[in-house]
Design a binder for this molecule. Sequence first.
Ligand code: 13P
Length: 252
Amino acid sequence: MARKFFVGGNFKMNGTLASLQKLVADLNSAQLSSDSEVVIAPPSLYVLPLKELVRKDVAVGAQNAHIEVSGAFTGEISPKQLHEEGVPWVILGHSERRSLFHESHEIVGKKTKAALDVGLNVILCVGETLQEREAGRTIQVVESQLVAVAKEIKDWSKIVIAYEPVWAIGTGKVATPEQAQEVHKDIRSWIVQNIGETVAESIRVIYGGSVTAANSIELAKQLDIDGFLVGGASLKPEFVDIINSKNKTNKL
Ligand code: 13P
């Protein structure tokens, strides 16, 4: 079964309402390949206005959500409120959340369960630091992040896994296609062994970390790279080329 190419734009805490409206207007008039599923994740304040504005073949997502659905959690984003407002996606476990906001593997697992329970789709981020890579622990780290999620959930059908090596995020230092493919393949093997072959065949494993229009085609050619989670370049016109990059490969 062919996996539909998936491209997410993580705007992080960038832009103004006006600048992002302009960005969405440009996206609306661009030629986007129907072979790619596209999700944009604006800052939470702008998710709903941009959802109204964006073309119907592009979905919106939040960049975070809490474990609980409501209550005394000042400043948090409720997964249930997202779902009720028609926001279909949420990014969870981003390395900036893990490192700067101290989200443990366990918390990310529980957040994933909470999001799925209310009906959201999840872009689940995993990835190693430079120190962990240099210590030869890449796959071990990624697996432990996946294990924490597997403890909480059974159904992986609404999950896209984003492999984002921390050393490649916002650094301009992209993983080589071979480096990325190696980890994506390992992730898929882990899924075969721990979740099941059918899930391993159908789940999208996307790459994030300094993706640009200049490197996306070579990355997209890799067998186990099913798309991208794009930070900085999602705020630029080249995001369109990244979305369309799969069509420049011979991949089915
Ligand atoms: P950059 O594309 O800016 O490296 O960010 C990647 C990322 O963190 C997407 O979630």
